[in-house]
Structures are given as C-alpha cells and as structure tokens.
Design a protein around this ligand. Sequence first.
Ligand code: AMP
Length: 400
Amino acid sequence: MEKATIRNLKEIKDKRVFIRVDHNVPQDDKGNITDDTRIRESLDTIKYCLDKGAKIILCTHLGRPKSKADTQFTVKPIVKKLQDCLKGVNITLVDDCIGKKVEDAVSKLKSGEIVYLENIRFYPEETANDPEFSKKLAALCDYYVNDAFGAAHRAHASTEGIAKYVPAVAGFLMEREVKILGEAVANPKRPLTIIFGGKKIKDKIGVMDNLLKIADNILVGGGMTYTFVKASGGQIGNSIVDAENVEYCKNVIKTAKAKKVNLVVASDCVAADKYAPDANTRVFATNEIRDGWEGLDIGPKTRAAFISVIQKSKTVIWCGPLGVTEFDKFAQGSKEIGNAMANCKAITIAGGGDTAFTVAKFGWADKFTHLSTGGGASLELLEGKTLPGVAALLNIKEVR
Ligand code: AMP
C-alpha cells in the first residue's frame, strides 16, 4: 500500500508541521560540518512547507549523547548551516525538545518561520520510544512529516512513536529513497547487478541473502574479497579476513551456483607491503598473495571484468568501497568503477554512508541516479525489510 507524502495533505498553510529530518552530519574536532549533504537533501521538504505558509518545527538527532550534559552534541552548528541555506528565513533554535520553552516558541511561530529543537537524543526517552514523550512531541504540531530516511530503520519516539498520535506522512527525501531503493529490489530493471565492497561482511549478510534471490550479477571487491577467496582455499597473504564468516561465504558461493547468479569475486588486487599511504605495491592474483602483502585495492583484471558487467546492466547498486579509498594509492579501483557507473545508461545507486560519500568525493553525485543518505536504512531496504519509520505513516487513502 502506498504511503502518503506531504503532497497529499490538502492544506498546511498556518498549520504547525513537525518535520523529523536527519541532520546527523559528520563534524570535525572543532564542530565544523565536514559534509552537509544531509542538510541540503532535506531542503526540498522544508522549502515546500515554507512556500505553503506552514509553521515549521524541525527536529533531528546528532551523534549518540547520553544526556543533555553532553553539550558537544548541540545542533547549533547545524542551525547555522541551515540558516546559510535559507537566507532571510526566521529560524529560532530552542535549547530543548519538549516543555514550556518549546511550547512558547511554537505558539509564537508565524507562517513561513522555523523553530529548530535541540538534539532529540538529549532525551533517553527518544531511543526508548517512550509513549509519553512521543505524545508530548505530537502535541506540538498538527502534522508530522518524516523525512529522516537515515533514521527510519529505528523505531524511536521522533521517528515512529509520534506517528501514532498525529497525522503522519513522508517528506520528499523519504519518498525518493524508499521509491528508488525499494523498486531496485522489488521490481528491478534487469540485468540487476550489485557490487559489494568494504570490509564488514556481517553488516551486509542480510543484503547478500536477499540479493542472492533476485540479482543477476553479484560482484565482490574491497576487503570482503579475501574472506571469499579463503573460503575457496586461496592464499591471501596478510589481507583482511573475517574468520567468522568463511563458512557463510562458502554457502554464498554454493547458493549462487545453484541459483545461477553470476558471482564474480575480484580475481586480482593491488597489494601493499604495509597498511600505509606510502606502501610499496604489487599486483597479485587474489588467491596467490604472498605472505607480507595485503590486498588493498582491486586489480586491473578485476576492474575490467566489473566494468564489462556494469555496461551490460540496467540497474547497478554499489555497496561499499572497493579498496582503501582513504589512501590515494588504493582508490583507483573505486574511481574506475564509479566512473563506469557514472557514465553508463543503467539506474545507478550508491547505497550506504561510505559509498555515497566516496561517489560525492570523486564528483559524480550528479551522474548517479541516486546516492542514498542512509547507511543502515538503505541496507535494510535492500534486505527487503519494511522500515518502522515508514510503516508508521498513513496510507494515501487514510489522509483527510
Ligand atoms: P564497510 O564499513 O564494511 O563498508 O567498510 C568500509 C571500509 O573498508 C573503508 O574504510 C575501507 O578503507 C575498507 N576497505 C576497503 N577495501 C579494503 C581492503 N582491501 N582491505 C582493508 N580494508 C578495506
């Protein structure tokens, strides 16, 4: 059943609209925002509400504070950044999330103005999904809009609980994320290819299990490669291995064969004599890596093989960097694969934090169909799961 979006609400002029955004942006030691993508991606929904003359209440989490005492987790830098994006708009930061101060600020709100609440995780009731806390949040508004895709896999008070007490719909970012990622796995344009990279197999098991049922091609690169190669009996030198998941990888290889999924594990790598940006490098077959060497990037044969599959695909999903992109020497494989995706005709999706960040860093953001803003949430959608933050929203037919 289709979920309602803010477009389905008939009249929001002069109404108090509570928008849960995901402005959980990375910051450096001094509190400077190092990547403002999540703020920029939320602007469509905010601007729509401003144009329609709504009174806006914005709410986000930031990091993992234990209580209000963790003042370094204040949303102040975010509000400053948002003000730069919305010049001339009156934005008031209230240093609380519920209570008299907030109620006063909201009651003074004029149409086209914004009240920004302090970090919602200053209250442990948020992550506990406390019903009383959810009710207090709901009492602040006439409508609730969930645009926090990155937090939609969590059933928290401001992402799920609140939706029980006030009409709740999706924002535009939430709509786009769920539509593109959801359709890519529910109703894909084929051939469907998924590229796995990164080093943590554990995080991607759910996605791999689901994609084994539906993908045409599964390409494995990055640090995950070596657990697969070990599962097939290869020599991986000092490369990273996830010992707990060797058996799992054996099963993936078997299942892919049985289901006729084209599983391509990186066949060569650029190996380093130490884990460092200035390491000496050598190309090895991934199953013949000498002791003292560790594979830190996919090699030239693998790049060519992956690019050939990408060029024949109609949907390509990329999950996890294909090498240690933090070091320039080992970023080349990811650059070439990203470039092939940016210039192919398929629907191209970068799923999850690191990958979307890598794509943006290399300047292909505009050439991909979609860069997902949610790490865990995008993985759960690719697993075929329903996100609690989405399940809680009204269906279109329920909107009055
Ligand atoms: P993940 O969170 O599982 O997506 O892993 C991302 C991390 O994997 C990045 O920090 C990369 O540096 C790392 N990574 C990618 N390829 C390799 C590799 N061949 N060896 C070690 N780490 C890698």
